[in-house]
Write a protein that binds this ligand. Structure first.
Ligand SMILES: Cc1ncc(COP(=O)(O)OP(=O)(O)O)c(N)n1
Ligand SMILES: Cc1ncsc1CCOP(=O)(O)O
Length: 408
């Protein structure tokens, strides 16, 4: 693993709590400014703390937060995130991240709860933990934000003690894992290794149900499944999606729905895959919440960058090779795939015309961020899905181990 930080100092200047209580007085400000901030890799003040550090400057808008982030950066930390939880309720929850050059507005849905004690410390701790795992700063901040948002959502209705504000529950993942034994929580990019994408037309042609097709793909080694049922009627699709959810989750395999956010919500699938002309990923993220997986189809560096800004988890890049499965789909080729992979901040799965004969060439490009291949016809437009999935899995494993040998 390539560690970006040998040691990192994450400073949460705990001075004013989310509830407005003053936790540290003005006497500490000089030490913060002169001693701590110049050493910090990142500081994570809320609006009141940023205001106090800047001599009680009023911070009421996102534009004020940008100016504050810049001024705080001049005090020495390498990165600043000004947390906007205290902005008026009518606005989205926006945090402003500044790396000394560029500003990023990190938006999330506003979760209505009084249980907010501990959010600031947990965000800072989670950033530190991500840095320790080898992450660079902005991805670490994004993971931490998602974690806090999910924990807030999980614990929004918990009633503890007598105070008006309670703590949020930051060990929710252990609990939710216990409740749903096989269901994976969060997104693991290695799941993209062998991505099976169904097709209603192909199942019809071979006289198969979606559930039988999904079962066979999983048995053959598929690591993630997407239901891409373009012609399915909604009621039937929902019933099939619910059944596929059960099958996938009993095997610990994530199930995504193509395009249909309504179906994904109704069957509690693990997420969705959307294209450039579908629901924007940022809206999908707001609708689905922080925990669901969102994939976006991208052919260009700009689209990949936008997907990342919008809060996607991975991108699907292609068509790598010509295909009959998707009409009028521009082919980007291996070179286009490499270009997007190198620029992407998100993991990538290659798609389009991929089969057991060419999957090795795709994986052996060993380009950064490429985690696997997504395949429709090479699995589902075949007589035996199980055999074809096994064959493809073997090819991918060989390619992955050859790549590993080459790089060591
Ligand atoms: C993994 C993956 N990558 C790309 C696509 C294509 O999605 P989209 O651009 O929305 O096109 P349709 O699949 O809707 O025809 C995908 N489905 N999965
Ligand atoms: C959905 C999609 N998006 C880009 S190419 C493609 C079709 C992939 O199907 P196949 O694996 O049969 O080429």
């Amino acid at each position: 693993m390539n560690f970006q930080f040998e040691a990192a100092l994450v400073v949460d200047p705990v001075m004013v709590s989310t509830s407005g209580d003053v936790l540290a007085g003005p006497s500490i400000l000089a030490e913060f400014r002169e001693e701590l901030l110049p050493m910090a890799d990142i500081i994570t003040p809320n609006l009141k703390e940023a205001s106090a550090l800047l001599g009680c400057q009023q911070l009421k808008t996102v534009s004020d937060m940008r100016s504050a982030a810049k001024l705080l950066h001049e005090m020495g930390p390498r990165y600043v995130i000004v947390k906007g939880g205290d902005l008026p309720d009518s606005l989205d929850a926006v945090d402003v991240f500044f790396d000394g050059q560029d500003f990023y507005e990190l938006r999330s849905s506003r979760i209505k709860t009084r249980n907010t004690h501990g959010t600031g410390c947990s965000l800072a701790s989670c950033i530190a933990a991500e840095l320790a795992k080898g992450s660079s700063m902005l991805p670490a901040v994004k993971v931490a934000k998602r974690y806090v948002e999910t924990a807030l959502d999980y614990s929004k209705d918990i009633a503890i003690g007598n105070g008006t504000q309670g703590p949020f529950d930051h060990i929710f993942r252990l609990k939710s894992n216990g409740q749903k034994s096989h269901r994976q929580v969060g997104f693991n990019p290695s799941d993209l290794f062998l991505y099976a994408v169904t097709d209603s037309g192909m199942n019809e042609k071979w006289g198969r149900s979606i559930t039988d097709a999904v079962k066979a793909a999983i048995e053959g080694g598929a690591t993630i499944v997407q239901l891409r049922e373009k012609d399915a009627e909604t009621h039937k699709f929902l019933e099939a999606a619910k059944a596929c959810c059960e099958i996938c989750h009993s095997h610990g395999i994530p199930l995504l729905i193509n395009d249909r956010i309504d179906i994904a919500l109704a069957c509690d699938a693990d997420g969705v895959h959307v294209g450039q002309s579908d629901m924007p990923a940022s809206v999908a993220r707001t609708l689905l919440g922080p925990e669901k997986i969102i994939g976006v189809s991208c052919k260009t560096i700009e689209q990949a960058h936008q997907a990342w800004i919008d809060g996607a988890d991975y991108i699907g890049c292609g068509g790598v090779y010509p295909t009959n499965t998707k009409a009028n789909n521009l082919t980007v080729g291996l070179e286009g795939l490499k270009t997007v992979c190198k620029a992407s901040k998100l993991p990538v799965v290659a798609i389009g015309g991929i089969n057991a004969s060419n999957a090795g060439s795709v994986m052996e490009t060993a380009v950064q961020n490429l985690k696997g291949v997504a395949v429709v016809s090479a699995l589902f437009d075949r007589e035996c899905i199980l055999t074809e999935t096994r064959k493809l899995h073997a090819v991918l494993k060989t390619a992955a181990s050859m790549t590993l040998q080459r790089t060591h």
